[in-house]
Design a protein around this ligand. Structure first.
Ligand code: SF4
Length: 280
């Protein structure tokens, strides 16, 4: 069995940075908290908890706890509330997400309605929306774009959630740009996502089967899986080695592997070892 691991497999820059910042923080501060998941991967969260980082669901009045802001960023109100409640804030927001915040705020200050191409419930999208004074429109699909109240939108600014599928985003943008007279647009899909998406468009065609490794909570992993599945019906999404079914490997001679942006290398190596064991 030939196992072809994507060059871009593993943590993206922003996730690696957030993990490093959080671990450094635990070495320097006693009571470290993360609001929700610092990244979307259960193994990473477990590792953080083992290192003393406690996950909290809501902010509470406290004396000097340290709050790490996740890689996907948070809304301005979370920062304000956390400060008012006495947290010491360590911001692990990915710089590329910060850049999206800046662009959205800048376009808003030009009097534009902000449109975010992305998933309504995703932390990053909520964080972008929460940077603005005016209400942003969130558009996950071309169908949703058609339902925008275009009569009220004469001047708009568009940003994209960093891990969106480029083709989907371009389709949405075409719909919006044909209906909004004054439109400014920034393609804010980040470089690591682009590389992963370019690779996943080739891997399923070059291999008999494909395995995508990542948490069910990871939107970018879902996206990679969806792209792979369209190109190769033998595409499978696993969270860990134990999820692999021996029948997936029957009658194939090559398997391509990639991972979501928050999948640890250790999980990938366990998956590879299990494939080798099953094929031995
Ligand atoms: S996917 Fe891109 S924007 Fe998101 S954390 Fe990783 S590098 Fe940053």
């Amino acid at each position: 069995m030939k196992i072809n691991l994507a060059k871009s497999a593993g943590f993206c820059f922003g996730v690696r940075r957030a993990i490093t910042i959080t671990l450094k923080t635990t070495a320097q501060h006693k009571d470290v908290r993360m609001l929700g998941d610092i990244v979307h991967n259960e193994d990473v969260i477990a590792m953080m908890e083992k290192n003393g980082v406690k996950k909290i669901r809501t902010l509470r009045k406290n004396r000097g706890q340290t709050l790490v802001i996740r890689a996907h960023g948070s809304s301005a109100s979370v920062f304000r509330r956390a400060r008012a409640l006495g947290y010491c804030i360590v911001d692990a927001t990915c710089p590329m997400v910060k850049e999206i915040h800046k662009m959205a705020r800048q376009m808003e200050s030009e009097g534009r309605r902000i449109i975010i191409i992305g998933d309504k419930k995703h932390d990053e999208v909520r964080g972008i929306k929460g940077q603005l004074k005016t209400k942003a429109f969130i558009v996950p699909s071309a169908g949703a774009a058609l339902r925008l109240p275009f009569r009220r939108i004469k001047k708009a600014g568009v940003v994209i959630q960093s891990t969106q599928d480029e083709e989907n985003a371009r389709g949405i943008l075409r719909t919006i740009s044909s209906r909004v007279p004054d439109l400014k647009f920034f393609n804010t899909i980040c470089a690591p996502t682009r590389v992963k998406q370019t690779e996943i468009k080739a891997i399923p065609l070059k291999n008999d089967a494909v395995i995508i490794i990542g948490s069910r909570a990871s939107a970018n992993t879902r996206r990679l899986f969806e792209i792979a599945k369209k190109l190769n019906p033998r595409a499978y999404w696993v969270q860990r080695a134990g999820d692999i079914r021996p029948r997936w490997l029957k009658g194939i001679s090559s398997i391509g592997i990639t991972t979501g942006a928050s999948t640890p290398d250790a999980t990938t190596q366990e998956v590879i070892a299990r494939i080798r064991t099953l094929c031995a």
